[in-house]
Design a protein around this ligand. Structure first.
Ligand SMILES: Cc1cc2nc3c(=O)[nH]c(=O)nc-3n(C[C@H](O)[C@H](O)[C@H](O)COP(=O)(O)OP(=O)(O)OC[C@H]3O[C@@H](n4cnc5c(N)ncnc54)[C@H](O)[C@@H]3O)c2cc1C
Ligand SMILES: C=Cc1c2[nH]c(c1C)Cc1[nH]c(c(CCC(=O)O)c1C)Cc1[nH]c(c(C)c1CCC(=O)O)Cc1[nH]c(c(C)c1C=C)C2
Length: 551
């Protein structure tokens, strides 16, 4: 009889050989998320002899895309705000034809009093250019007035005074939280209805503990630009935003995209046809590790399921790292080491080499009596409903039936009582994400103000998400959701809280006592996907320079 189930083709084991007990390399990269993978890609292009080691059985870290039954969805990040580094690496890897960019006219929406309100479009009637610009505009100033019913008249007037006339000066010698900074400059209402939801929509964090200059530094610096304008005595931030915009335009003109790259709009939400994992997958192939193969492959510069356990200095320079691997303990002698693993994964490992840095990574978070840099849990829950299940009442201030989901997605301020932090309208953002008669929704739920989410069962979480969808999007008789996936990230996004920058300064100082060792990651170079890719380019230059000097 023909086998009822095809025999699982055994991989050609001749491809695989056990890794030697010890390997010598020029650069050891720890962590194969998007930061470590892009760094390894650039080191490889620079001719550095490297090894990329990753504890999981795939490259990408938080980045995981899925495809099934005509749906394409993300288990981690949903999209990126396009920057040159992403277009450049896509060109280098030959995947730029896979790039997809969202329709720029799709605004994000905010739920207020149970109705959805669009946030104003970006400049030139365009859509989101990174969420910071959405609220503060391309010139860094809140696009008020156009906020329809989202802001009351007094709230709009208060914001207008802060934007155009001025506001109280920053308190001397005190690091402000996001709440304190926004309330001082633009007023309480703008904070509660616009900024609070966007802080959830980036950090899944608490604006009452996040540091303005650490978490939203690009916006905080607009106040400095404002005070640099001699006649702008009271720091009205609209003019600071204009000044920043002029400087940003100059910076971009000074470093234009390569003409061989595909055209792109700075900040426009983007992805790849088959999801964000297209990028780490292409890097894996480029480093000699076929996607889906976890075993060691001859010539591959990638080691999967390699979990670092210890790191020590070697007499005369360099480091020796010890890994737990499927084949037992393996060691790597390296002239340089770059860690991109999350802070909490690394603290113990670096204690022998950088004891003070280890303490920093385990610093007491007095605010929460926690250790280290706080990473709250976030669930990413992707569900689909038939388009017919969506209310056909018009969205507040919008046109056309809700069925088209005319936007980037929606955010729920905590004051609305909806547990879901926000919902990406994935099938509206990028083509081919769902069969034509379905809308695909990616919901993020949890975060630093709802850590209990991690204790719920999957069905309880899905039920909470479904409740949220029924509050603003669905008809009462909508069918139960088609669940595509529910993924818990127990330590999702590093929180840039009050004191974070001081910790990073101390870490950098400690790092300098160990030449050729760098403690990196998204808790230092920024949480945004593009920041991690840009890190990969920038830090490869630092490592290459260090190795060249050694020769
Ligand atoms: C749910 C969610 C939604 C997000 N949405 C967006 C978005 O829409 N847009 C956006 O721009 N950003 C988004 N982000 C942020 C962005 O995805 C991350 O900042 C980025 O992916 C971090 O990449 P990384 O490589 O720095 O870290 P990670 O992805 O955490 O990679 C670190 C790697 O180190 C490995 N590791 C850990 N310990 C060890 C060890 N002992 N030995 C070896 N390896 C180890 C881990 O397995 C992991 O693969 C989101 C993040 C999350 C969690
Ligand atoms: C509601 C929860 C979350 C949503 N996204 C994230 C969370 C926690 C995570 C996240 N999203 C973005 C970033 C990068 C931040 C940056 O500096 O660029 C992170 C860490 C990107 C982002 N978030 C929003 C927008 C408009 C953007 C920029 C566009 C892009 O990068 O594609 C706001 C926003 N986030 C969520 C929704 C539903 C939403 C607006 C409607 C989900």
């Amino acid at each position: 009889f023909a086998p009822t189930t095809p025999r699982r083709l055994r991989p050609d084991l001749s491809l695989f050989s056990a890794a030697p007990a010890t390997t010598d390399v020029e650069c050891l990269v720890i962590g194969g998320g998007i930061s470590g993978s892009t760094l390894a890609h650039n080191l490889n292009r620079a001719g550095v002899d490297l090894l990329l080691t990753e504890a999981r059985d795939y490259l990408g870290g938080n980045v995981k895309s899925r495809k099934q039954d005509g749906f394409v969805w993300e288990e981690g990040p949903n999209s990126f705000a396009t920057q040159p580094s992403i277009v450049r690496i896509s060109h280098e890897l030959g995947i730029e034809d896979q790039l997809v960019f969202a329709d720029e006219s799709l605004p994000p929406w905010v739920n207020h009093n149970g109705k959805l309100h669009p946030l104003p479009k970006g400049k030139g009637g365009k859509g989101p250019k990174g969420q910071l610009e959405l609220v503060f505009g391309s010139n860094g100033v809140l696009k008020f007035g156009l906020l329809g019913e989202l802001l009351s008249i007094p709230g709009t007037i208060r914001a207008g005074i802060g934007a155009f006339l001025g506001h109280a000066k920053a308190p001397e010698g005190k690091e402000e939280t996001i709440r304190e900074w926004v309330t001082r400059t633009l007023g309480e209402e703008v904070f509660l209805r616009c900024i609070d939801p966007f802080v959830s929509g980036v950090y899944a964090g608490d604006p009452q503990t996040l540091s303005m200059k650490a978490a939203l530094g690009k916006i905080a610096r607009i106040e400095n630009y404002a005070y640099d304008i001699e006649w702008n005595k009271f720091g009205a931030i609209f003019y600071g935003g204009l000044a920043r915009q002029v400087e940003l335009t100059k910076e971009r003109k000074a470093d234009p995209p390569d003409p061989s790259w595909v055209e792109f709009e700075y900040g426009n939400p983007g992805s790849y046809k088959e999801g964000l994992a297209t990028l780490p997958n292409a890097i894996s192939e480029g480093l000699g590790q076929p996607v889906g193969v976890t075993e060691l492959v001859e010539g591959s510069k990638v080691r999967l399921q390699w979990k670092i356990k210890s790191l020590e200095t070697v007499e005369g320079g360099g480091y020796v790292a010890t890994f737990e691997t499927p084949e037992g303990v393996r060691t790597v002698n390296a002239k340089s080491v770059v860690s991109t693993a999350p802070a909490h994964a690394l603290a113990e490992v670096i204690r022998p080499v950088l004891p003070k840095a280890s303490e920093i990574l385990e610093a007491d978070r007095a605010a929460r009596n926690q250790k280290g840099i706080y990473h709250p849990p976030v669930y990413a829950v992707t569900v689909a409903y038939p388009k017919s299940a969506f209310r056909d009442v018009e969205l507040a201030n919008s046109f056309g039936p809700l069925r088209d989901l005319p936007g980037f997605g929606m955010l729920n301020p905590r004051s609305e009582g909806v547990r879901t932090l926000g919902t990406l309208w994935s099938s509206s953002l990028f083509p081919g994400r769902a069969p034509p008669d379905y809308n695909l929704l990616l919901n993020y739920i949890g975060g630093s103000r709802d850590v209990g989410i991690a204790e719920l069962t999957e069905s309880e979480v899905v039920s909470e998400v479904d409740k949220g969808c029924r509050t603003t999007l669905l008809k009462p008789d909508a069918p139960p959701p088609k669940l595509l996936g529910a993924k818990l990230w127990p330590t999702a996004i590093p929180q840039y809280e009050i004191g974070h920058l001081d910790l990073m300064e101390r870490l950098e100082k400690e790092e300098k006592t160990a030449p050729g060792l760098w403690i990196c990651g998204n808790y230092r170079s920024g949480v945004a996907f593009p920041d991690c890719v840009t890190f990969g380019y920038e830090h490869a230059k630092v490592v290459k320079e260090f190795l060249t000097k050694l020769k």
